[in-house]
Ligand binder design. Structure first.
Ligand code: NAD
Length: 307
């Protein structure tokens, strides 16, 4: 195999201790070591969260995220660097996080937590709380995240619709709309959940016009990438009460700046880009890396290859 040594870049430490993954992969027939920026040149390949220009000298980069919008595809291709990603592992984690957001809004759990901070015994208004069965969630993007969200919400009795390019049916979705019917799909839903990758096509897909198309009593959920949403337009819609609220895991700027109005808006739940966190993350990523090291031995095409 041309890959004799695989580095685990220290940037993965944002998501799990790099040593855990090194130990998990220790039985592979190649050298595995945790590397800092200064040590990248000693590797043939790297498993990483962040991008570094020094990676252009390597044969293969594996991203521990599904989203690879931070990588320069053209430069990688010009330098014949292979890029693989970690799509396929975030269905249940993100699905449960999204179910949690919906339950918080429906059952008013976020209000209880906020009230508890102030030692305040205050019940919801009689008409605030509701239950999920009978509501519709529209999931925009029907890949791994979208399917995981559909399965988890479906089990809670939510009717789940999906938006995808082709409009063909997808298991777990009650109804599918093609992209050109996006507004029709979102105007019929109490919850709109974004699960598409960030690309030129999806940049600011959710803008003032899209928020206008949504119901006034609808909640917006973004677990995809910040720039899929025109954030000032979302803030305007929330401030004008033309949306009921939002749960946001990703933002145009991360960390979310301290002066962002999103921190303080009623009916907004902010989480720090961790919808897919699980203590099993290093194992889930490790299994993809292991599969690809095996494929290197047999000369098979890489699993989850992007570039
Ligand atoms: P995936 O590749 O399995 O699914 C993406 C889906 O989006 C595919 O079905 C694709 O066809 C579809 N798609 C792409 N462009 C589209 C468009 N213009 N219109 C409609 N559909 C389109 O990827 P995934 O694992 O589901 O992850 C999706 C994205 O979610 C990632 O790219 C990443 O940005 C984000 N993500 C966020 C977190 C988090 O922690 N919040 C975790 C994992 C993934």
């Amino acid at each position: 195999s041309p890959v004799a040594s695989l580095g685990i870049h220290e940037s993965v430490d944002d998501v799990f201790p790099p040593g855990e993954l090194a130990t998990y992969l220790a039985d592979l027939p190649i050298e595995i070591e945790v590397v800092s920026d200064d040590e990248i040149a000693s590797c043939d390949a790297v498993v990483t969260l962040e991008y570094r220009d020094a990676f252009l000298e390597l044969d293969w980069i594996h991203s521990i995220q599904a989203g690879v919008d931070r990588f320069p595809f053209d430069e990688l291709e010009a330098n014949e660097v292979i890029l693989t990603n970690s799509t396929g592992i975030h269905d249940r984690t993100v699905g449960e996080t999204v179910a949690g957001y919906l339950l918080m809004f429906a059952r008013r759990l976020h209000d209880h937590v906020a009230n508890q901070q102030e030692r305040r015994w205050e019940r919801p208004e009689w008409d605030e709380a509701f239950t999920l069965p009978g509501t519709t969630a529209c999931v925009v993007g029907t890949g791994t995240l979208g399917r995981g969200v559909a399965e988890t919400l479906g089990a809670l009795g939510v009717r789940v619709t999906g938006v995808r390019r082709s409009g063909d049916p997808v298991p777990g979705f009650d109804e599918i709309y093609a992209n050109d019917r996006l507004f029709e799909a979102i105007e019929a839903a109490e919850f709109v959940i974004v699960t598409v990758p960030l690309t030129d096509e999806t940049h600011h897909l959710f803008d003032a016009e899209a928020f206008d198309a949504m119901r006034d009593d609808a909640y917006f959920v973004n677990v995809a990438r910040g720039p899929v949403v025109d954030e000032p337009a979302l803030i305007d819609a929330l401030e004008a009460s033309s949306l009921a609220g939002a749960a946001l895991d990703v933002f145009e700027e991360e960390p979310l700046p301290e002066d962002s109005p999103l921190w303080e808006l009623d009916e907004v739940i902010v989480s720090p880009h961790c919808a897919a966190y699980t203590r099993d993350y290093f194992r889930d990523v490790g299994d993809i890396v292991r599969e690809n090291v095996d494929r290197l031995e047999t000369g098979e095409e890489f699993h989850n290859r992007v570039v």
